[in-house]
Design a protein around this ligand. Structure first.
Ligand SMILES: Cc1cc2nc3c(=O)[nH]c(=O)nc-3n(C[C@H](O)[C@H](O)[C@H](O)COP(=O)(O)OP(=O)(O)OC[C@H]3O[C@@H](n4cnc5c(N)ncnc54)[C@H](O)[C@@H]3O)c2cc1C
Length: 273
């Protein structure tokens, strides 16, 4: 849709992208959220598409994704075979509800910064214990664990003028075995529950990541694979009832029910292999 309050389009300098930041400015990535709904407070768009950041970089300690990495680029990426969790990258991309236009425009960083409960790049990066590199408006930088970034529906820790520069997925997380469960009301619908379990064979650690069911992601962590009773107790302790999300895709009760069901399935699946 037209954003008829927007009067300027800025191509930022890669060295100081937030220079001259004002109220009413917004970063523009793929634009699929920004041009999807009215945002009456927007005055200027700062286009990130020409920053020249390399999209995907494999390093000894893992994988770096630029915020501007296109979803289709990530979909085409072939991870090294030693990354047991490598296929999760592609699976999370495929969990998008997306038309041709949205599919080809949206970015990893745009999906994370949109901060919808059903953001699959949020699921992927939280499940693999990624860290996000943020650039503040004054040029300073900070690193935030993915689990701490999204704070609620359409809410995150970004400050005015701050941007998400890149995502780092550690090699140790990518080496873990994983399993996932997802629920949507319709075949191509938005996720209403999306859980990923991972198991680290070297340490024994077992991690359940709960997304889409809740207004922000949750980790439920165990030093070794839990019993069914321990798993239930862990979910009870980690996720208060009021954090289960309520929208037309599912009631909190429905989402909570599926979260416990799927978590138990992930527990038995990962224990069996
Ligand atoms: C039909 C339809 C279905 C959709 N289904 C889903 C869905 O199932 N799940 C879902 O999560 N979303 C969904 N969306 C919303 C949206 O398309 C996605 O979240 C998309 O991934 C956003 O990416 P983008 O690159 O287009 O971001 P943009 O629209 O460009 O930006 C999104 C937000 O993030 C900010 N932003 C972007 N990049 C950065 C950055 N690097 N640093 C700081 N801020 C930044 C922008 O200012 C804006 O506020 C849907 C949209 C449509 C139209």
């Amino acid at each position: 849709m037209d954003l008829n309050t927007v009067t300027d389009f800025i191509v930022p300098s890669p060295d100081a992208p937030a220079a001259g930041w004002q109220d009413g400015d917004a970063w523009l990535a793929g634009g699929t959220l920004l041009f999807y709904a009215p945002w009456p407070n927007l005055r200027r768009l700062r286009d990130l598409s020409q920053m020249g950041w390399p999209s995907i970089t494999v390093t000894d300690d893992g994988l770096a994704l630029a915020a501007t990495c296109g979803i289709t680029e990530l979909h085409e990426f072939v991870p090294p075979p030693e990354w047991a969790a490598g296929p999760l990258l592609r699976q999370c991309v495929e969990e998008y509800l997306a038309s041709f236009k949205v599919w080809n425009r949206q970015t990893v960083g745009g999906n994370i910064c949109a901060s919808l409960p059903a953001g699959p790049m949020i699921t992927m990066t939280v499940a693999l214990e990624a860290t996000y590199l943020l650039w503040a408006a004054d040029g300073s930088r900070r690193t935030v664990p993915a689990i701490d970034f999204v704070t609620g529906n359409l809410a995150n820790v970004l400050r005015p003028g701050e941007l998400l520069r890149s995502v780092h997925l550690p090699a140790a997380s990518l080496a873990r075995r994983y399993a996932l469960r997802r629920f949507t009301l319709t075949k191509h619908g938005r996720s209403s529950v999306f859980l990923v379990g991972t198991h680290d064979a070297s340490t024994g650690e077992f991690l359940i990541t709960v997304t889409a069911a809740t207004s922000h992601p949750f980790h439920v962590r165990f030093a070794s694979p839990p019993t069914a009773v321990e798993l239930t107790a862990g979910l009870d302790a980690a996720i208060p009832m009021e954090k289960y999300f309520d929208d037309p895709n599912g009631t909190p009760d429905h989402r909570r029910h599926l979260t416990y069901l799927f978590a138990e399935q992930l527990r038995t699946e990962l224990a069996a292999t």
